[in-house]
Design a binder for this molecule. Sequence first.
Ligand code: TMP
Length: 225
Amino acid sequence: MRPRIKHVGYFITFEGVEGCGKTTQIKLLSEFLSTHGMRTVLTREPGGCPIADKIRTILLDAENRALSPLAELMLYAAARAQHVTEIISPALESGEIVLCDRFCDATVAYQSFGRGIDRSIIDTLNDHACHGVSPDLTVLVDCDPRVGLERARRRIELSSGPREERFELEELAFHQRVRAGYLQLATDDSTRFLIINGTDSIDEIFATISTQVLARIPEALRAVC
Ligand code: TMP
């Protein structure tokens, strides 16, 4: 394993199954931290920069159902390598708070617990793609995949953009393995993870997240609060 690089910024990732509400929450948190004078970068995976966004299109296109599990894994790793180099590392080095919607834990949950790829292959690829960067805090918005999938499918129906639904088309058992994977990761690294109940209301969830996250952001980065 590559040694973890110490950065001056603070790296927060959000994780969870489809439709758990993490994207709504990460946007609210980003606005909240910015209005309190903190320098934040909001980004996401797969994607976050033009090259990784092109890889995202391949990964989420429902027409690519023939994508093999190993090819899928390597595309996630390729997108991450580009995103870390271009966006995440420079922001952390310049002392910003980086908020990323999904990161390495998603690869363990989806490609290892979900698809069944050997964990050691995933850890090695993640290790190379991350260039020593790892999250300081991970917010896991936990919810039953039946609830999440229902919300995600409704969102896709209402969306006018590209149909990013390759994973929403997976069977329920796949999403249940992903959820179990996330909960296992959170148990194994309980200092880094904050588990939030994703079935509470948006306001209740945000109240918990904003309080807990603020308490963890280092004093030096907490501008006006
Ligand atoms: P999103 O719907 O949160 O934007 O995430 C895109 C999809 O990509 C989601 O179904 C989870 C999946 N994913 C993986 O399978 N592995 C990964 O490493 C990442 C970052 C996402």
